[in-house]
Unconditional design. Structure first.
Lengths: 409, 230
């Protein structure tokens, strides 16, 4: 038998090889644990997929809501008449003002669209319903409303367009005639029969619920407010002007409420998957604690063979963290197909969401960004590593001679 | 021959409740390279405590223990681990094999810690398993082995890195007579051929029969140091 010294492969004497050895050991121990490992991995993978899915759904909802709001209502932002207060309906009549001359060229180029608001009442099927009348130019192109239908077909024709929810509420169909009553600037009540020229489908309730759209000229004539408007919608292609009588509200300001409401929803979902996450972490913590107790001899033996106690702590922490790595891999296997399917086909929301007050399409498309996926992976890895480290710390305080005999704890 | 271990007036105390128990009371001795020696005595005589201190798993309360030129009491945990990793082998009463690893992987483990390259590792492990007669069990797990086979794996694991010193704590305590003799013959052969120093802690008469030098301990003190089989 030869007793020669072994050849040390110096190219391998880098910290990574040590890490590779520890990873190999950690995986081997984890698989050796059998069912316990897979139960932990399953719960953690479920949490991983759930977090990504719910966050993706909320992100998709947020993007959809913002895109739809820009498309159907606000375009590049709005100038508001100085006295206009969206929370005070009684201010509507007094807030209408003539558009400033500095916006004339943009008006002519259809880069801005004035909108006049007024209150009215309709009487569909003998019932009485308060409505908000909005007048806009029939030939506008800034927002997606089918305003081309607002051109009258005859002298007495007063065409209007309404949203799908409004049509359901008032039980109106295309070409229905309904009586509209309003007050003009002098306080005189007037009435006319309006014709539903079109019903549009939108996810934006603020252009639909309780609203009737008609031609700007028509509404200005009806309310005896020539040239007046309440707000002026601006195209995204032009810059905003600073007008003291018409302060500008940009897209982020106008969508603040929508974003805040979606964020509130997000907070409630956070509670849900925090609970799942905690359950998984408790399981990992328990498994680690039991593992350290059962493997005292192994710990003592590793120290006897030349590992420092800190390295053994690192090994057990790595083992616990590998649960998260396995969970991410398992989650990717069953989660990815779901993400792809739902992001392409969307999810049908089978309920009337018009009362929510924020844009919510009946089919939502989740958005799973690389940041979301990477961020969730990082969160799970870090928290799992911490939860694995906490019980492993006691290895550093073990007496190796007692650990070898299985009597350290 | 070189001195491998030198123990000078070693005292080891353990706290018990509000008091102190002295396991070793001023022990002095030394071991030369290639010795096949044993610490013999009843339970509580201090033999395992002495073995643990020589193995750098514990430190002296007073006195000095020098192993391969290094003072055990002055080593940092990292230096002690380094010494164990490179120069010391351990054989335990309960084998202490890693249960989720195969025989090959158990024996390979010390070489992984030494960053040995893959090819040489494989060669070294197979060579060592051949010494202990377990080449056909390379893919077995410890749960599939008999007690004697487990202890032979433990010997292989201790020897695979060609240590200068092997410390064996009651290696035959869980074995029958036939297996005990088998194990001891294997270790004696390794001692002769590789000049590896073996120090046993035992009270088993079968082991005592193989020892070239017997150090008898009683109540923490050396009462006899004889060389019946030089």
């Amino acid at each position: 038998m030869k007793n020669k010294k072994y050849k040390q492969d110096k190219s391998n004497l880098i910290p990574l090889q040590g890490l590779g050895v520890m990873i190999k050991m950690a995986i081997r121990s984890l698989i050796g644990n059998g069912l316990k490992t897979w139960l932990n991995v399953f719960v953690l993978s479920f949490t991983f997929v759930l977090i990504i899915f719910m966050q993706g759904l909320l992100e998709g909802w947020n993007r959809q809501a913002l895109n739809d709001t820009v498309k159907w209502e606000i375009a590049g932002g709005e100038y508001w008449s100085l006295k206009y207060d969206p929370y005070d309906p009684f201010s509507l009549d007094s807030s209408a003002a003539v558009m400033p001359a500095t916006l004339k060229s943009e008006y002519n180029a259809h880069e801005i669209e004035p909108v006049l608001f007024s209150l009215g009442t309709i009487y569909p099927g003998g019932r009485m319903q308060s409505v908000l009348l909005k007048g806009i130019r029939a030939d506008q192109h800034l927002i997606a409303l089918p305003t081309n239908l607002l051109k009258p077909t005859s002298e007495n024709d007063v065409p209007v367009i309404i949203g799908g929810h409004m049509a359901n509420q008032a039980n109106l169909k295309v070409n229905d005639l309904v009586t509209l009553r309003w007050r003009d600037i002098n306080g005189t009540f007037e009435a006319v029969d309006i014709r539903v020229a079109g019903i549009f489908v939108t996810s934006v309730p603020t252009v639909d619920v309780g609203q009737i759209w008609l031609s700007l000229d028509q509404l200005q004539k009806m309310t005896v407010r020539p040239g007046a408007s309440t707000i002026i919608i601006k195209s995204e292609d032009v810059s905003a002007q600073h007008l003291t009588q018409w302060p500008f509200k940009d897209q982020s300001e106008l969508t603040k409420q929508t974003t805040a409401m979606i964020k509130a929803k997000s907070n409630s979902y956070n509670v849900l998957y925090t609970i799942f996450f905690l359950l998984a972490l408790i399981a990992i913590f328990d498994t680690q604690t039991l593992s350290i107790f059962r493997r005292q001899r192994e710990i003592g033996t590793l120290v006897a063979m030349g590992m420092t106690q800190r390295q053994v702590v690192g090994l057990f922490t790595l083992e616990g963290t590998m649960n998260a790595v396995l969970a991410i891999l398992v989650g990717a296997v069953w989660g990815m197909p779901l993400f792809v399917i739902f992001s392409i086909n969307g999810i049908h929301i089978p309920m009337d969401v018009s009362s929510f007050g924020i844009p919510m399409a009946d089919r939502m498309y989740p958005v799973f960004t690389p940041t979301l996926i990477a961020g969730t992976m990082t969160l799970i890895l870090i928290v799992t590593a911490l939860v694995s480290y906490l019980p492993a710390r006691k290895i550093a305080r073990m007496n190796p001679t007692e650990a070898i005999r299985g009597k350290a704890l | 021959m070189k001195t491998i271990v030198e123990v000078k007036n070693l005292i080891k105390n353990f706290p018990i409740g509000t008091g102190v128990f002295t396991a070793l009371k001023g022990v002095s001795l030394s071991f030369l390279e290639g010795e096949f020696a044993g610490l013999v005595g009843p339970s509580g005589s201090g033999k395992t405590t002495l073995l643990n201190i020589i193995g750098t798993l514990d430190v002296p309360s007073e006195g000095e223990v020098i192993v391969l030129g290094k003072s055990v009491g002055k080593l940092t945990p990292k230096d002690a681990a380094q010494l164990r990793k490179e120069e010391l082998g351990f054989i335990f009463q309960n084998y202490n094999l890693l249960p989720v690893y195969t025989v090959f992987e158990n024996v390979e483990f010390p070489l992984l810690l030494l960053n040995m390259n893959t090819d040489e590792r494989k060669q070294r492990v197979m060579e060592t398993l051949k010494w202990v007669g377990l080449t056909e069990k390379v893919n077995s797990r410890p749960s599939q082995l008999s007690g004697g086979e487990c202890q032979r794996v433990a010997i292989a694991r201790a020897m695979v890195k060609r240590p200068k010193l092997v410390l064996a704590d009651e290696p035959t305590a869980n074995l029958d007579a036939a297996n005990s003799h088998n194990i001891l013959q294997t270790m004696e052969k390794l001692n002769k051929e590789l000049k590896t120093t073996f120090i046993f802690a035992t009270h088993d008469e079968k082991v005592i029969g193989y020892l070239h030098r017997i150090i008898r301990l009683s109540d923490g003190k050396i009462v006899e140091d004889e060389t019946p089989n030089p």
